[in-house]
Design a protein around this ligand. Structure first.
Ligand code: GLN
Length: 475
């Protein structure tokens, strides 16, 4: 029976004392994956490979030559390339496609002896907030199987929540690491844009996409960030700034902080009352500890979601041009000639939500509408970024709920895309501004569903964010 380890440090202690082996843990996880198949977490499990790697890593540990992630078994979102392994972005479009190279993050994780146990279900091409847009069907929340996992990294989150592996890697374009982490009672970190290489990660909206860890402890989030972050010749958008030793410098920071919270989070009728009381509870605790916590009005709140979706769809429409029935994956059996190959393969290969976004994305970029939509959204993004930056000059952190509601019932809002888009209200600000943000577990509601709160910090202030998160969770 695989134990719920809170951190890799705890696993390492048990390995050292001989209580467990990496191989034993991998076998336990594989058994749990089988008995929880109904959760629909994995698109593929790398069973044999995980077992054979575990033996090698046990040997390395014995020889004192193991990497920093020895003992950590992880799942990766199925939009992260791993050489020689299939990758599908949970789309029919990539049926049968095998990665020809590994993403930089996979290489870095493997170099430190992590074991990748499988590729996790997600919304198709990472487009969604509930994992219901997957070609392989929704992922079920482990706390209540009739509810969504959150998305788009839903499989990655439930993999950790249900203890099918120790930690997972997701990608976050507008909240896809943070929101499923909050729906599953976990920690989800979206780093500063430009901190982690996007090389080998299937692009959704390139000016937003960032990979991030989903973990049970801040320690593990810090360690995974430290290992994945930093310059890479294959991604020119990366910051040159050196990567701090986040995990070594991690310590709960009790110093007095200035924290802002967006007052609409408490006044808006769209926010669930129990989410509000979780937020109020933490505001009170922080004040009682002597921190300054102040409400702020964010005047662009109504524009955050529309600006994000216009820009993300525009970028997606360009990024998804490459799936043409010729280069990758699916080709319609009815294709005859070039144009029909494109049209039929794309019509049959993409799901509804992806097609909606490609069409809207090309629309907002088209000659007659570019200025009215795309260029305007770019200007709004600039305003949101500048306002966020100036708030973060005045305050150390911005505190918000991660999502307006806890995990909702499968099928409840899937039919109405605009309602689903509005659920991203609190996560897309950090994505538009490019600043780091973390979702932290904040108890459960009366139905036992996890609640999450989010902290935003200054660009490249991941260390401060992690240190304060550790303190926050100990409050
Ligand atoms: N829900 C958002 C969207 O659908 C965010 C997805 C993501 O971060 N990948 O675009």
């Amino acid at each position: 029976m695989a134990k719920f380890y809170s951190s890799l440090a705890e696993i390492k202690r048990e390995i050292q004392s001989g209580e467990v082996t990496v191989q034993g843990m991998v076998k336990d996880y594989l058994a749990r994956i089988r008995s929880n198949a109904h959760l629909n977490v994995f698109n593929e499990v790398f069973e044999q490979e995980a077992i054979s790697r575990s033996k090698i890593i046990d040997e390395r540990i014995k020889a004192g030559a193991a990497g920093r992630l020895a003992g950590m078994v992880i799942g990766i979102k199925d939009n992260i390339c791993y050489k020689g392994h299939k990758v599908s972005a949970s789309s029919k479009m990539l049926a049968g496609f095998t990665s020809v190279y590994s993403s930089t993050i996979v290489e870095r994780l493997l170099a430190e002896d992590a074991i990748i146990i499988g590729r996790c279900n997600c919304d198709e091409f990472a487009m969604g907030a509930s994992n219901e847009n997957s070609y392989f069907g929704p992922v079920k929340n482990y706390a209540d199987n009739t509810r969504v996992s959150g998305g788009s990294s839903g499989g990655s989150a439930v993999a950790v929540q249900a203890n099918l592996c120790h930690a997972a890697i997701g990608t976050d374009t507008g909240g896809s690491v943070r929101q499923p982490a909050s729906f599953c009672g976990l920690i989800g970190l979206k780093p500063t844009y430009g901190r982690i290489s996007r090389h080998g990660i299937i692009a959704y909206a390139s000016s937003f996409d960032q990979a991030g860890p989903i973990t049970r402890s801040v320690e593990d989030a810090a360690l995974l960030l430290e290992i994945m972050a930093g310059v890479d010749d294959y991604d020119s958008t990366l910051a040159q700034a050196p990567v701090p030793a986040y995990s070594h410098k991690l310590s709960a920071d009790p110093s007095k902080k200035k924290i802002a919270y967006i007052q609409e989070a408490l006044s808006s009728p769209g926010v669930d009352p129990e989410v509000k009381s979780a937020l109020v509870g933490y505001i009170d605790k922080l004040r009682a500890e002597g921190h300054t916590v102040k409400p702020i009005a964010f005047e662009y709140l109504d524009y955050i979601v529309p600006a994000y979706y216009i820009l993300a769809m525009a970028e997606a429409s360009a990024n998804l041009e490459r799936y043409d029935g010729v280069h990758y994956g699916y080709r319609s059996p009815a294709a005859a000639g070039l144009v029909s190959t494109y049209k039929r393969s794309r019509s049959e290969g993409f799901g509804r939500e992806v097609k909606r976004r490609i069409m809207l994305g090309t629309f907002v970029l088209s000659a007659g509408y570019y200025d009215a939509y795309y260029a305007k959204a770019q200007k709004i993004r600039r305003l949101i970024k500048e306002k966020t930056d100036s708030l973060l000059q005045e305050y150390d952190f911005i505190l918000t709920p991660t999502a307006p509601e806890p995990a909702f019932k499968i099928g409840k809002i899937e039919k109405d895309p605009v309602v689903m888009y509005l659920y991203d209200i609190f996560t897309v600000q950090a994505s538009l501004a490019g600043v780091p943000a973390i979702s932290l577990p904040a108890g459960t509601n009366t139905e036992g569903m996890p609640l999450g709160l989010q902290l935003l910090a200054k660009r490249f202030a991941e260390q401060e964010l992690l240190n304060f998160s550790k303190y926050f969770l100990e409050l």
